[in-house]
Design a protein around this ligand. Structure first.
Ligand code: 6PG
Length: 251
């Protein structure tokens, strides 16, 4: 595995500011080096604050990011239309994408309202063509944002589900019996091919899960987040004090 770092912040606001700064740094560095920034956004509620800060910085002129050279993807999607309250794309559009000058063609939402298996195929084809991947190539996203569920899931990789064993596809549908639903998700090899993965974790209810995920034990399917270990990239955990309350402090 590449480099792994855990940063602890006093609260969710400080964490969001740091994540927005890291996002901006990754965007400028990638565009400076390769004239393109590819990012996979996370769903759930934790990243909303980060997206809102990025949007506010853009609208106030405090910081302008290279949106025309940014390709936006998603880590996962629920099987709902884009204007549904549960849509990860819908949340990202409301908090960020609707406020910044990112070209529509650069936003690659997962069309999970379609038959999920088909949505995954369409999404994978879109990732391949927009990043110019050849057959067998994995995408090297410059940045992947992820959240952590209290059950150890990340993206839509839930404990014990079949997508955890995927070795060929970049995106796949995943039956999630614990929620009695289907999701569409980036797979572990795709996440692990990224240049940087940044987890955002807040709240005391995730403290024990975070402790287990970050423990030195061998990675296990029971805690999918533990299986995210970029092979040749950086793994960054941004956590607030409540979520970090059970971590051992190492000198
Ligand atoms: C989703 C996700 C999921 C999420 C975690 C954490 O679609 O729900 O992408 O993996 O990131 O469940 O969610 P919260 O940030 O809401 O705690």
């Amino acid at each position: 595995m590449g480099f792994c770092e855990v940063r602890v912040f006093p609260d969710a606001a400080a964490l969001s500011r740091a994540a927005a700064d890291e996002f901006a740094r990754a965007a400028c560095e990638a565009v400076g080096a390769r004239h393109r920034f590819s990012v996979a956004l996370a769903g759930g509620s934790t990243p909303k604050g980060v997206y809102a800060l990025l949007a506010a910085d853009e609208e106030s002129g405090a910081r302008r990011l290279p949106w025309s050279q940014t390709q936006v993807f998603f880590g996962d999607e629920r099987t709902v239309p884009p204007d549904h309250l549960d849509s990860n794309f819908g949340m990202a559009r409301a908090a960020l994408l609707g406020h910044v000058p990112v070209p529509l063609d650069n936003v690659h939402r997962i069309r999970a309202e379609l038959f999920p298996h088909f949505a995954a195929e369409v999404c994978e084809a879109e990732i391949r063509s927009s990043l110019g991947l050849r057959t067998g190539d994995w995408p090297r996203f410059d940045l992947v944002l992820l959240g952590l569920g209290a059950d150890g899931h990340t993206a839509s990789l839930f404990p014990g589900t079949l997508a955890l064993y995927e070795t060929v596809r970049i995106v796949r549908s995943n039956r999630v019996p614990q929620l009695n639903t289907e999701r569409v998700t980036l797979t572990l090899p795709a996440l692990n091919a990224a240049a940087m993965v940044m987890f955002l974790v807040t709240g005391a209810e995730k403290a024990e899960t975070l402790r287990r995920v970050l423990s030195d034990s061998a990675p296990a399917e029971a805690l999918p987040a533990q299986l995210v270990r970029p092979c040749d990239g950086t793994l960054l955990w941004l956590v607030d004090e409540a979520a970090a309350s059970r971590l051992e402090v190492k000198a």
